[in-house]
Design a protein around this ligand. Structure first.
Ligand code: MLT
Length: 259
């Protein structure tokens, strides 16, 4: 399926994939600074933002295939740099595992390689039912917002918290349910990490309530050309909570690719 997307800036292409329950607007803090030097393509995944909301379970591989279809439609068949945050990172790991020749650099932000535990998958199914039955995104928003930011950010970045909450409240309930079910069935990609042959930045939030730092460290250590950057004063949405440190890490990594 063709995705809606932002296409901003000059230079080498950097594809940025958003997290859940968000859309491409979550990258606004990167568009100005990173987008002044690089061409950022930021899609709305199936079921999110301005992209259509078809029926069915949105597996991570299906979400990844949509990204390839959209890059093909843009004639972007030479290798590009790929970045994804959290769920966007699951999609990025699927992309580099299944379409390795399409990518030359990888940024895994606030994300993980392991699959859901049975309890996490059950939790997703009950949230999916809740949003389907209510026809409103509130259940997902109430479950996610308290975990998305560093504990301190709710006071220090209250405006960003409100903006992200508003973004999540605009999500289509069917899109949320279909995406939750897809995330619950995603495979464990830990075994793929050693096969990632391109330079990879693992970006972690020092106070991420969802992905412990130890897990990001371990993921980075399993990737042959992996490097870890821990962003201070940031949680699961590090690129928004500490925009300057995150943009510096992203730009430093992109420069290291020779761009
Ligand atoms: C995200 O930020 O994309 C979510 O935390 C992903 C997830 O629920 O696993």
């Amino acid at each position: 399926m063709l995705l809606a997307f932002d296409d901003v800036g000059p230079g080498p292409v950097v594809v940025l994939i958003h997290g859940f329950p968000l859309n491409r607007k979550m990258w606004d803090a990167q568009l100005t600074e990173v987008g002044s030097l690089y061409r950022i393509i930021a899609p709305d995944l199936r079921g999110a933002g301005e992209t259509a909301v078809p029926d069915g379970v949105y597996t991570i591989d299906l979400l990844a295939d949509d990204v390839i279809e959209t890059l093909d439609a843009l004639n972007l068949t030479d290798p590009v740099v790929l970045g994804g945050l959290s769920m966007g990172g699951y999609v990025a790991l699927s992309l580099v595992a299944r379409y390795p020749s399409r990518f030359r650099g990888l940024m895994l932000m606030n994300t993980r390689a392991v699959a859901d535990s049975p309890a996490a998958a059950e939790g997703r199914e009950s949230l999916a039912r809740q949003v389907e039955q209510s026809g409103k995104p509130d259940g997902v928003v109430d479950a996610m917002i308290p975990k998305l930011f560093a504990p301190a950010s709710y006071a220090t970045h209250a405006t960003i918290v409100e903006q992200i909450k508003a973004q999540a409240m605009q999500a289509n309930p069917l899109g949320l349910a279909n995406t939750l079910r897809g995330m619950a069935t995603r495979p464990d990609r830990t075994g793929d990490l050693a096969r990632i042959s391109i330079p990879t930045l693992v970006l972690a939030g020092a106070d991420d309530q969802i992905i412990p730092i130890a897990e990001s460290k371990s993921m980075a250590s399993m990737i042959p050309h992996g490097r870890l950057e821990i962003i201070p004063d940031a949680g699961h949405l590090a690129p928004l909570e500490n925009k300057s440190a995150s943009n510096a890490a992203i730009l430093g990594f992109l420069r290291s690719l020779g761009d």
